[in-house]
Design a protein around this ligand. Structure first.
Ligand SMILES: Cc1cc2nc3c(=O)[nH]c(=O)nc-3n(C[C@H](O)[C@H](O)[C@H](O)COP(=O)(O)OP(=O)(O)OC[C@H]3O[C@@H](n4cnc5c(N)ncnc54)[C@H](O)[C@@H]3O)c2cc1C
Length: 270
């Protein structure tokens, strides 16, 4: 690991000033992805700006039909708190199945989505639930946020402060996980709200994506049978040590049908 300056700003404004003044500044949240990257010198910042002490970035609240989760909220809290379990149960379950307890007690929502790993679990939830990412300067629709592998629509120095999740009528996430890391080889999040259905897929392409053909079929009939005959083309899907494009295409169909069956059986809690 190279030497760097370390900062602990107390406000968003202070953090942004330090970032812009630095030659090559980087924010750090839970450090679960950033610290390994520093150790391997894949990232070589001049300044590390820790967001931990900034007030108001962690916490979860419900505002009418929206669940607002602060960017510095740890995975363990999203997985364990009743406010999430009672509003969007599969969001709590999705986060509870990420990684392991030591990671879940440090890693954060903001770090997870800013990192934008193409196999990570939060992005399909944000995309399918049509979440809004709130930063220190603006609001970004999830559909505009994830732009490529490890790439987002964030501007230089922009800080994610929270994510607003509209509460769906039905939702479920099913993933076929890598047994070692628990990252998704393929994961499918299905959400239905006011008759509109969103199906978002992670792990299968360089960036999370929506599967429009399935969405249209499910808006006619919200049943696994409605999408049984829909086959994802293997073209453009990821090939790696975990699976071929054809294998992933097959998994998308299977995971999506399971997610629909699970979502249909779990209407929105009263
Ligand atoms: C062993 C292991 C297993 C894992 N398994 C899974 C899994 O199964 N599923 C899964 O989805 N994830 C998994 N993860 C990833 C983990 O859940 C975290 O999402 C990830 O490590 C980043 O979160 P963090 O808070 O530690 O961010 P950091 O590592 O601190 O930061 C990551 C990036 O985000 C930027 N950043 C952080 N916060 C903000 C902010 N508020 N605004 C703007 N930029 C910001 C940082 O500058 C950095 O570029 C795993 C990680 C590990 C180490």
């Amino acid at each position: 690991m190279d030497d760097f300056n370390y900062h602990e700003p107390r406000t968003l404004a202070e953090a942004a000033v330090v970032l812009h003044a630095a030659r090559n500044g980087v924010y750090i949240a839970g450090g679960m992805s950033l610290i390994p990257a520093l150790k391997h010198r894949r990232v070589r910042p001049s300044d590390l700006i820790d967001l931990r002490l900034i007030d108001g970035l962690a916490g979860i609240r419900r505002e009418a039909d929206t669940l607002v989760i602060g960017a510095m909220t740890k995975h363990a809290d999203v997985a364990g708190l009743d406010i999430v379990r009672n509003s969007i149960p599969d969001l709590a379950r999705l986060v509870g199945e990420m990684a392991d307890p030591s990671v879940r007690n440090r890693a954060t929502l903001g770090g997870s989505i800013a990192h934008a790993d193409p196999a990570s679990d939060y992005p399909p939830a944000l995309l399918a639930l049509e979440a809004i990412i709130v930063t220190d300067t603006r609001r970004i629709a999830a559909a505009e946020f994830f732009t490529g592998p490890f790439t987002t629509g964030l501007r230089k120095g922009e800080i994610i402060t929270a994510v607003n999740f509209p509460i769906p009528d039905n939702a479920a996430y099913v993933k076929f996980a890598n047994v070692a890391s628990r990252y998704a080889i393929v994961g499918v999040f299905v959400a239905r709200r006011a008759g509109k259905v969103c199906v978002a897929v992670t792990g299968a392409k360089p960036c999370v994506f929506r599967f429009g053909e399935m969405e249209r079929a499910l808006e006619n009939s919200f049943t696994p049978d409605a999408i049984k005959a829909i086959v994802m083309s293997a073209q453009g899907l990821t090939a790696d040590i975990h699976g071929t494009p054809e294998y992933r295409a097959h998994l998308i169909g299977v995971m999506a049908q399971r997610a629909v069956a699970s979502a249909a059986a779990k209407p929105r809690p009263a």
